[in-house]
Structures are given as structure tokens and as C-alpha cells.
Ligand binder design. Sequence first.
Ligand code: ADP
Length: 356
Amino acid sequence: MYITLKDINKIYPNGYHAVHNFNLEIEKGEFIVFVGPSGCGKSTTLRMIAGLENISSGEFLINGERANEKGPREREVAMVFQSYALYPQMTVYDNIAFGLTLQGVDEDVIEERVMKTAKILGLTDYLDRLPRALSGGQRQRVAIGRALIRKVGIFLMDEPLSNLDAKQRVTMRSEIAQIHHETGATTIYVTHDQTEAMTLADRIVVMKDGYIQQVGTPKELYFTPANVFVAGFIGEPPMNFARGTVKNGCIAFGDQQVDLSGARKDCAALEGKEVVFGFRPESIVLQPQEKAVKMRSMVELTEMLGDYTNVYITNGEQHAILKVDSHDTPETDQELEFYIPWESIYLFDGQTENVL
Ligand code: ADP
């Protein structure tokens, strides 16, 4: 294994326990994304890997060798921060070359590597410019170039797209994916944005309150979330949830009985249990379906977003969002019938919120 994090904890000097028993193994070349809401410990973990923050307990291995005590330079990591931290008085060329110049690398070698890096990043035509004459996206590419050129084993990125506007973010996101594809560098990337995580990652680490909630591929997290938090965090709009108690194989939502016996072979074992019922907005169908549960709800509001429309529904107590083809947009203030296929129904334990 290339990188191993074993029972890593971070307790800050003020006593705050920011990261709890973090365990992860990363293979060479993987693109790993740490995702979760602000304050969940993503940056702290990344900074411990970078050597910018000491590890309170646990073991951090690179290539099987303990690296806890190694300084940032010895760890062979390069980090890209959200603020680009470029030198304003230096050209793009000099900014990219800076790390190598400091190391006293031969001019010819530097030039060759700057040109190669600039080519990968589409910066060849901008090498003579100063950072202030670049767009936000171009500056971010220079910052990435400065890290890339060092040819380190591990590439760390902390919210690198957060200073870009929405359009630049989408462009830069696909460029980062492309750069990773070309360089094959092991990358650990921090974001609070589930879309960035889903589109970039080989594997995602979902964190909350300093604890890992689940580690998995984007598909695994989307289709088999471990708990209510992951189910609600991954996917946009988020999964719909409603609490209820299983009685006679059904859950009651208002005056509706949702029969679980088809969806769950273990239905009898769930009898009397308090559960969280979940389904994704995009998993419903409007036409009658076999192997599906039927629901009725009032349409409160519709939001046309192009090829699909978000439909906000309620039964008076619960609220949910359905994603429908814009051609099938229902009328507001009318009752809507829809079907949730059995395989798209999720149940979570009402107490632990873990998947059932
Ligand atoms: P994230 O990157 O997920 O937004 P951070 O890793 O930056 O979260 O922070 C995790 C928690 O640790 C937060 O509650 C934050 O306030 C706290 N924290 C961060 N740095 C320090 C510090 N130097 N001293 C004490 N607490 C800190």
C-alpha cells in the first residue's frame, strides 16, 4: 500500500478533538476525495498528511515506512491551496519554475520541465505574463503547475476551486481530472462539494464531526450509502427521508400506508421498528409500475431546470422533492400519483441511522 493512515487522531492544543480514529489505505495513482460539511476535519487530515500539522496519535506510513516525524519536504508531497499564493512580481514561467530554481536544478532541465508542465496545463502562451494579467482559472493552473513540476509522489489539494466562479469551476474540474489522467499522480483532494467529489474521485471519504462515515467509489456511495448522513450528502437534490414505524409490514405517512413487504424480504423482522424511509428524487416514475409502491402527494411548487424539473410535494406533514422529465411537469396545487420502485427504497434504523 502506498499511503496508510492507521487510527489517526488530531487533538489541537486547545483540546479540540478534530479527527477521530481515521483509517484509510491509498494505492499509488488513486484520486481520493475527502468530502463533508465545513468543520468536519478534512483540512486537518490533509494538513497532517502534508506534514503541516502534527499527528496526535496513530501511524502514518508512506511506502510502508513511518512518516509521522518526517518534515513536509521529506514526505515528497506537493500541496495546492485555495488561495493560489503566486508571486505577483514573477512571470508565470518563474512562478512554475520557482521550486526547482530554489533546489538549484540545471537551467536546461528547468526549461524542459516548465515547458512540459505548461503544455499539460494549457499555459504555453502565458509564460511571460504576470499573475495579475491572468484569469482566476489560469492562476489556479499556475498554482497547480508549480506543484506538478516537482514530480512528487503525492499531490494534495485543499478546495482548489473555491475561488473560481461557477463556470470556471466546471472547466477546471474537468482539467484536474485530465491532469490526473495524464500524470497518474496519487492525489488527495479536499472539498465540501459533493459534485466535485462524485466527478473527480476514484474513491470518496465522507466525513462528519471528525469521523469517517463511509469510504467508497462514487457509485458505492450513491447506491449503497451506509447511513442517513451519507445518503443525504451524496446526490443532488438530496435523498428524501421520512420517519415512521413499521406496523403490519407497512409504514404510515398521513393517511397512506406504504407496504414494504415487496421491497423487503426481511419485512417481518422489521415489525415495530422505528425507521427512516428514503428514496431519491430521480428514482421515481410517474407511470404505474409493477414492483413499486404507489404514493400520492400535493404538488406545492415546480422548478424547471432545463431537461428536468424539480417537483416539491407534501402530504401536510412530510415534504419531498421529485425529479421529473420537464415534459411531464405536473400542475401545482394538484394531487400527484407516483411510484417508487422497490429497489429504490432505502430503510435506515430510526435510532442509529445506519442502513438496514
Ligand atoms: P474542514 O476542512 O472539514 O472544514 P477543519 O479540518 O479545518 O475542517 O477543522 C476541523 C475542526 O477543527 C473545526 O471545528 C475547526 O474549528 C477546528 N480547528 C481547526 N484548526 C484548529 C486549531 N488550530 N485549533 C483548534 N481547533 C482547530
